[in-house]
Design a protein around this ligand. Sequence first.
Ligand SMILES: C[S@@+](CC[C@H](N)C(=O)[O-])C[C@H]1O[C@@H](n2cnc3c(N)ncnc32)[C@H](O)[C@@H]1O
Length: 351
Amino acid sequence: MNTLLLHCRPGFENEVCSEISEHAANLQVAGYAKAKASSACAEFVCTEEGGAERLMQAVRFKSLIFPRQWARGVFIVLPETDRISVLLEHLQDFPVCGSVWLEVLDTNEGKELSNFCKKFEVPLRKALGKAGKLVEQSGKPRLLLTFKSGREVFVGLAEANNSAIWPMGIPRLKFPREAPSRSTLKLEEAWHTFIPREEWDERLNGDMTGVDLGAAPGGWTYQLVKRGMLVTAIDNGPMAQSLMDTGLVQHLMADGFTYKPRQPVDWMVCDIVEKPARNAALLETWIGEGLCREAVVNLKLPMKQRYAEVRKLLDRMEAGFAERRIKVSIACKQLYHDREEVTCHLRRLGK
Ligand SMILES: C[S@@+](CC[C@H](N)C(=O)[O-])C[C@H]1O[C@@H](n2cnc3c(N)ncnc32)[C@H](O)[C@@H]1O
């Protein structure tokens, strides 16, 4: 039970290793991180008893940038037949769980295994229930089974309120046909990730105003408009006519890095592909000068040292806000819909 398995986008295993090792070092949890290139996961092997649990208790999953899912547990080998009995045997030392998710890694092998998992899930649930290992209730840990093959599975645990909100951290969002671009899903995923669902009506509503920097053709503007907001869309490129027809969008052909609203707005979103330091500075200015209350901004990742670079930018922003003596909550995640980028969400707290 002393290994932490962390899922991620294939190609970002080293970032996960750096990130989790930094947390472990800060918390003085002994262990080492390892990962195979393009495996879509990394492991942190704790070398002291209870290390993985201590790490999961001290770190909020939400604060992690690159991991999509995590669980503490152990890899086991399953036989060709009667896998359930062997699994139950291994689960003897596990607590009663409140839910179970069968997961795979985000690789081609993983995709091929999804069908097996679907078929295996029903009999497994039944057997877990019968053995008293699954009592569907909130507050109890979640059993996370990550199948690497039909024969090898990571049997893990995570707190339901301190792990991914979707299996494997992959949202099942439907692309709205009326939206002008697929990027629309990125902003929708950001909202699911950073804003609790019960706060959407208070924080994303029709009494609000927003600015979309680098808006064309309007996938992000579409999300703001869908919540009823009045949006100023900044881009030299054209906006989708369907959005302009709503009467909720004002399109300005201006430079997103120099534009400032006459009145403060509730939301600023920015999807301009630029050097990450420039986008981070823009974000700091908007929140720091009170031009907006909340913001979602994409940061393109550099080629190397991607975790170190993002960390540096986040630390710089934090220091900037401390200097201005304002309180800001800062979150950053590589979303499922992000490729070589991460998404930041900032919210100014207090008056
Ligand atoms: C990735 S696209 C945005 C896609 C958009 N979020 C959507 O969902 O449809 C980036 C946009 O940024 C715009 N852009 C690039 N530099 C800009 C700048 N300095 N000011 C404003 N817009 C800029 C480009 O014209 C492009 O339309």
